[in-house]
Design a protein around this ligand. Structure first.
Ligand code: HEM
Length: 403
């Protein structure tokens, strides 16, 4: 057998064994790059019940545009397990359209403007906490908190409830893979959310929880199970992803003195830094679809019922779409393709303007108030997979130098 054929077989074997549950983001990205370079834009893994991986930017985008062929129901996660569907992400039209309309009361283009000043206040309080501590973890003491505060503002939870929400969120993440504690943690948050919504029936306010208390789907009120799924959907879609995006951004900026100085000298470049960091470090590596008919993509035949992963992390590093894709390039913006980080088409992320605002405000205030933060050991920082295809930095220890 020639060396080339042997190398091809080795590669196919490694792709067959690929799952984020047994890999690291760095290993996954290098495997995707190898596959693409070997002329394999659609790979196949035998794990998690078997699935095709769409790696090329154009294939991912086209598949998003064809939601009738690539369906999101019954689940965008693999392996498939018995549980209620998350709205709107795990529904197809017409149900998805109704759910999306219901979510749009909380998540729309005005949301960032509505909550920005409260988010900024929270960010400043968190920075004061860092200044008092001098040694801290930028994940635990900062990045985990900002999106949680923002979600409370979006939905209408009282400030005093934040400690409890934080505890429920931490449990949900910590036990995500635990077959007993996982569903229990999941239910605990759902029950908390349902009780909050129900309390608004007695004590209506001008917030989304009140809207949910009388909202309808198909002309009937939401069932408790649907309310719980709505709460969990918002938390799952909006928290871990934004923590991941914000931590990666802080890591990039505070480990690159020249980049940091450019942003301090010209804060109007902060949105470009957010975009480039989100391209390079895609928080959701990819979620899944189900083929509703036989179809051929990238020369590969896909059968009706097959699972597909829309690999956004691979699409964001497709060299045909982004020159020198592994480099952080602040000047990439003009004329570049849109990121796949937030998906595309009918399921495109509803929280993206809010997530971008949170990252923008957080970085702006940090650079204005604590530009001298030093990371303890930037060379050892690695992204990890943390269930549900989310990639993130779990710890980012840092300090403020003695005054
Ligand atoms: C950096 C942060 C974020 C990232 C990377 C992200 C990523 C994504 C992606 C890739 C999708 C598409 C899923 C698919 O096509 O299957 C999505 C959908 C969604 N996201 Fe986000 N998201 C972020 C923040 C947020 C926030 C802050 C919220 C809410 C507060 C949110 C709410 C949603 C919702 C409701 C959907 C479902 C939309 C639908 O299915 O119609 N996301 N997100």
């Amino acid at each position: 057998m020639s060396t080339d054929t042997q190398a091809q077989q080795d590669l196919q074997e490694r792709l067959k064994q690929y799952t984020s549950y047994e890999s690291t983001p760095d290993e996954a990205l290098s495997l995707f790059q190898e596959a693409r370079a070997a002329g394999c834009p659609v790979a196949h893994s035998e794990k998690l019940g078997g699935y095709h991986l769409f790696l090329d930017y154009d294939d991912v985008r086209r598949a998003h545009a064809d939601h009738e062929t690539f369906a999101s129901s019954p689940s965008v996660l693999r392996p498939l397990v018995e549980r209620p569907q998350f709205p709107p992400i795990e529904y197809d039209p017409p149900e998805q359209t109704q759910w999306r309309t219901l979510f749009a009361h909380a998540l729309n283009l005005d949301t960032p403007k509505r909550i920005e000043s409260e988010v900024r206040k929270d960010v400043i309080t968190l920075i004061e906490g860092l200044q008092a501590k001098r040694n801290f973890d930028l994940v635990d003491d900062f990045a985990e908190e900002v999106p949680l505060f923002a979600l409370c503002e979006v939905l209408g939870f009282d400030r005093e409830k934040r400690g409890e929400i934080r505890r429920l969120t931490v449990d949900m993440h910590a036990y995500a893979e635990d077959p007993v504690k996982g569903p229990a943690a999941f239910m605990a948050f759902a029950e908390f959310g349902i009780a909050e919504v129900m309390s608004r029936l007695e004590d209506p306010r001008d917030d989304y929880l009140t809207y949910l208390s009388t909202a309808t789907i198909d002309g009937r009120p939401l069932t408790p199970q649907e309310l719980g799924a709505t709460m969990n959907s918002l938390l799952n879609a909006g928290h871990g992803t934004t923590v991941s995006g914000l931590t990666s951004l802080l890591y990039e900026v505070y480990s690159r003195p020249e980049l940091k100085q450019r942003l301090i000298d010209d804060p109007s470049l902060i949105p470009a830094a957010v975009e480039e960091s989100m391209r390079l470090h895609t928080p959701f590596f990819g979620l899944y679809r189900r083929a509703t008919k036989d179809v051929t993509v990238g020369g590969v035949e896909i059968a009706e019922g097959d699972s597909i992963q829309m690999c956004w992390a691979a699409a964001n590093r497709d060299p045909k779409s982004f020159e020198n894709p592994d480099e952080f390039d602040l000047d990439r913006m003009p004329g570049r393709k849109r990121l796949m980080t937030f998906g595309f088409g009918i399921h495109a992320c509803m929280g993206q303007p809010t997530a971008r605002m949170e990252m923008h405000v957080a970085l702006e205030e940090l650079l204005a108030r604590v530009p001298d933060i030093e990371l303890d050991d930037p060379a050892s920082v690695r992204h990890e997979f943390a269930g549900s295809e989310t990639a993130l930095i779990t710890r980012l220890p840092a300090r403020l130098p003695a005054r």
